[in-house]
Design a protein around this ligand. Structure first.
Ligand code: DP6
Length: 361
């Protein structure tokens, strides 16, 4: 059993009466993918991601002390200004999971107001930015209750709580690159929370760009919970978990050395492996669309023709993330507008880049 008693808020003096905390937290894009977990929300393999900047959630948490602590959590949820009852069960189960570590939740009535910078149902997962933003707000409340907590302890616990909301959320709090999951070559890496990539990153990755092509904005065919479950009893599971660790070792060297050809190889292979895992599970899924494949082939042609370092990665969906150095921005953007936009649903794409994580607003 893991001992996470260090994360229990014990030092409760006076509870603040009422107030509002507002913060923003970004999405992130995994380079080595987290796919497969064991209870509760512990990853089967380590993962590493670029924190994004433009795709983010802004959350404000209004809190008001109740006269008596209630039997149940008391919160309202507004998404983009309107009540959103279908998000409530997810928040309720998040509260249930984290109550052990934040035992004041039932002493408050909350109003949670949240909105995303990216279009709703764009196929961009909002759980990473949404859960990290909420965990961040809650930790600012904890800070008022226990002002002794240090910045370092606060960020670690925020990531720990965010993970209990959604695994990938724990990688969104800091930037530009974070690692989650124990890896023998990354000191302090662990399964309970993410840490910043602890080495100096090569200049080539400074301001690295991520343009997200919205290929298919339909509702996700496979929820992440179902998706991760597919790795239980999957015939290739153990090999895949080993491979993720090996890829993280490679990526560590690549991020330090700035070897962009090697970067392309690891990142694209990770994306295709994630989808290969889905195609070879029972039940099986194909989450790529014909346009996803067309775009991938176009990227490969473009690279061959121009020597560009543009590459792609995928989430558990049809959208394509185009990753490329800042120095190629103009050329790649004109390639996107002339050749790729036609394959995006309603011509939509989002320009993002590597960012620095959550902040108080
Ligand atoms: C394919 O973090 O959404 O994006 O822990 O069940 O909330 P839960 O899953 P989630 O899974 C993300 C999977 C991925 C890869 C990644 O981000 O590492």
């Amino acid at each position: 059993m893991n001992d996470y008693s260090q994360f229990v808020l014990a030092n409760i003096s006076k509870l603040p009466e009422a107030g509002t905390i507002t913060c923003s937290s970004p999405s992130n894009i995994a380079l080595v993918k987290y796919w497969g977990k064991r209870p509760i929300q512990l990853p089967e393999n380590p993962s590493i991601s670029f924190t994004l900047e433009a795709c983010k959630t802004t959350t404000s948490l209004q809190y008001k002390k109740r006269n008596e602590p209630g039997e149940d959590f008391d919160f309202e949820l507004l998404f983009e200004g309107k009540p959103k009852p279908d998000f409530k069960p997810k928040i309720k189960s998040f509260f249930t999971r984290i109550e052990e570590y934040l035992p004041v939740l039932k002493q408050y009535t909350f109003v949670i107001e949240t909105s995303n910078t990216f279009p709703h149902s764009s196929g961009i997962a909002s759980s990473a930015s949404g859960m990290s933003a909420l965990a961040f707000c809650l930790m600012q409340l904890e800070r008022k209750i226990n002002p002794e907590i240090t910045d370092e302890e606060c960020i670690v616990k925020t990531s720990f709580l965010a993970r209990l909301g959604s695994g990938s959320a724990c990688r969104s709090l800091e930037g530009p690159i974070t690692v989650w999951g124990t890896h023998h070559e990354i000191p302090k890496s662990n399964d309970a929370y993410a840490i910043q990539f602890p080495y100096e990153v090569h200049q080539n990755f400074k301001n690295y760009q991520d343009t997200i092509l919205l290929i298919d904005k339909g509702e996700k065919q496979v929820s992440s919970t179902v998706g991760h479950d597919l790795m239980h009893g999957h015939p290739f599971a153990n090999k895949r978990f080993e491979q993720a660790s090996i890829n993280l070792t490679k990526l560590k060297e690549i991020l330090i050395s700035g070897d962009l050809n090697a970067f392309i190889e690891v990142v694209e292979s990770e994306a295709l492996t994630l989808h290969a895992m889905m195609m070879t599970s029972l039940p099986y899924f194909i989450l790529m669309k014909p346009n996803t494949l067309t775009v991938i082939n176009k990227i490969w042609e473009y690279r061959k023709k121009t020597g560009s370092k543009l590459c792609f990665t995928l989430d558990a969906g049809a959208n394509v993330h185009l990753l490329y150095p800042d120095s190629e921005k103009n050329e790649v953007l004109s390639f996107i507008t002339s050749e790729l936009v036609a394959y995006c649903q309603n011509g939509q794409y989002i320009c993002d880049k590597i960012g620095l994580g959550a902040k108080i607003l």
